[in-house]
Design a protein around this ligand. Structure first.
Ligand code: 3NM
Ligand code: MG
Length: 531
């Protein structure tokens, strides 16, 4: 029997000047173990056998002293010489079958896998664990084969979970650019219902850290904690959910969600396009929120500390927009404050598609909101399987191309993949958290004739998610924001002084203001809009 290993915080060493610098490797490893590292791999691509064995012996004595297993990268000879727990081998190293014959059945053999094919082969060859990577591009290892992103990583885990018991049972870690700022998102978004990572393999975020022990301790704590954006009532297990009871509970929670915005006056931080700045700010004020229209990413850590919500709206992007958005999403993710992504026109041009890809790779978005074509583009970029097929099936079903069922399917799959809430706006808005999906009607024909109305729904959602964070239902808060928006627009039709899109605008602001008070109070006529 190979020994049982805790893979959770897996240190991979590096002895190069760029990472280790002048520090002593043994000291670094010993500090990292004191900080919480659970498994160590000695990786040195240049040392001669004599020097490698000498260092490996010292590391083995440190690791054994703390009950932490030591693996050797690539060098089966070194592992045999010092009789440590096992090896990690890359695709260009010795094949697994030969390594197993040399090492025997009880040693750990880990294998690097960058694709489903490599993962399958490693399982068939009898590997004990997979090192899946490269997750993010990293200066630590150049010429890596492919950057998987969190989505590629998830695809491999999901594939393994659907194969034989050997595939399902193999341990997995991921590697490449993992650090304190992305580790929780990697664990959260790569999670599939039946297969999750057993750990994270890390080089520079430990070895090159100013304080190795502190840094390891921090990483270990982040691995143990749920990510800050998870709201208490959102369970990772939706099996208890039943449609009948939930829609009632959902509808019943809406007045409080609206009232909470009025009471808390949350900040709605808009990094939005210059066409809608003024209108979006007025929409925020009308529902009782407090708008900040800052496009300077360097302000984001301070703004996130004010416990508001952020909306990143991709319209009218400039060449410097992306860097500011990345600063902002990083700051809000770190603070656990909600981020809404409005991928305006994301399929229209190559730079926008590239920007969307970069945004999805860099951060977690609590809500992604867009129209039909935008959400379809996001679903494709995110790698949702079968988007084309779903779209195809929808061609018969109406003017917009897709029927409500098809829309709901895309929205549900995307939300399940991103582990967030997705809203597809249209005559009827479709919203899902990956399990529950609802259609929300309401609205007004002039909404489509006035600029900024779609964008300012993002403004509303940032406020709703921020204010209701403590109440624990991201999905309910999103539906509440959509309902308020639709009710207000619908009520404009009942006012007599609206003659066209121009007079619609002030009437809509009035109705946002009035409807939010009414919904928070006794009015329940809006309930028929959700199904
Ligand atoms: N293997 P850092 S990436 C050793 O993709 C190694 O197989 C990789 O270093 C792979 O944690 C990598 O500093 C380096 O990004 C990871
Ligand atoms: Mg190798």
């Amino acid at each position: 029997m190979a020994l049982t290993v805790d893979y959770s915080l897996y240190l991979v060493t590096d002895s190069t000047a760029a990472i280790l610098g002048q520090r002593d490797l043994c000291h670094v490893v010993s500090e990292s173990i004191l900080g919480g590292v659970t498994l160590v791999q000695y990786r040195d691509k240049t040392a001669d056998s004599g020097a490698a064995i000498e260092t490996a012996k010292k590391l083995l004595s440190i690791c054994s002293g703390h009950g932490v297993p030591l693996l050797i990268n690539d060098r089966i000879d070194v592992a045999l010489a010092i009789d440590c727990a096992g090896v990690h081998i890359g695709q260009d190293d010795m094949d697994v079958t030969t390594a197993r014959r040399l090492l025997g059945p009880n040693k750990i053999i880990g294998v690097t896998a960058s694709s489903i094919e490599e993962a399958d082969k490693a399982v068939r060859d009898g590997a004990d664990y997979l090192g899946i990577g490269t997750v993010f591009a990293t200066p630590t290892k150049e010429n890596t084969k492919s950057i998987l992103g969190v989505h590629g990583l998830r695809d491999i885990l999901s594939h393994l979970s659907e194969q034989s018991k050997e595939h399902q049972d193999i341990k997995t870690v991921c590697i490449g650019g993992i650090n304190a700022s992305n580790l929780q998102r990697v664990l959260y978004q790569s999670h599939t219902p039946s297969k999750q990572l057993d750990g994270l393999a890390i080089v520079s975020a430990i070895v090159a850290a100013p304080d190795v022990q502190e840094s390891s301790k921090h990483l270990r704590q982040l691995i143990r904690e749920p990510p800050p954006w998870i709201l208490p009532a959102i369970s990772t297990d939706h099996s208890e959910w039943s449609k009948d009871t939930s829609i009632t509970a959902l509808l019943d929670s809406i007045p409080t969600a609206v009232q909470t915005v009025i009471e808390k006056k949350p900040i709605s931080h808009n990094m939005t396009n210059f066409v809608v700045q003024n209108f979006a700010a007025n929409v925020a004020l009308s529902i009782g929120a407090s708008p900040i229209m800052s496009t300077n990413g360097h302000e984001s850590p301070d703004l996130a500390a004010l416990r508001g919500g952020l909306v990143i709206n991709m319209g009218t992007a400039t060449p410097t927009s992306l860097e500011n958005w990345l600063l902002a999403v990083t700051a809000y993710n770190a603070a656990g404050q909600p981020v809404i992504l409005d991928p305006v026109g994301c399929g229209a041009t190559a730079p926008r598609r590239a920007t969307l890809r970069a945004l999805l790779a860099a951060g977690y978005y609590d809500v992604i909101k867009g129209n039909e074509s935008e959400i379809l583009t996001v679903a494709r970029v995110s790698g949702v399987a079968g988007v084309g097929a779903i779209q195809q099936r929808g061609v018969d079903s109406g003017n917009s191309g897709m029927g409500i069922e098809q829309k709901a399917e895309v929205v549900r799959r995307l939300a399940g993949r991103e582990r967030n809430v997705v809203v597809m706006t249209g005559v009827v808005d479709v919203v899902s958290d990956g399990v529950r999906s609802y259609a929300v009607s309401g609205g007004h024909e002039y909404l489509g004739m006035v600029t900024g109305t779609g964008c300012s729904l993002g403004t509303v959602l940032a406020a709703f998610l921020a204010a209701n964070k403590g109440r624990g239902d991201k999905f309910g808060a999103t539906v509440a924001g959509i309902v308020l928006f639709g009710v207000a627009a619908g009520r404009v039709g009942e006012t007599h002084h609206v003659h066209g899109p121009g007079t619609f605008v002030p009437a809509f602001l009035d109705q946002l203001y009035l409807a939010s008070k009414d919904i928070a109070g006794k009015d329940e006529t809006w309930k028929k809009l959700v199904e």
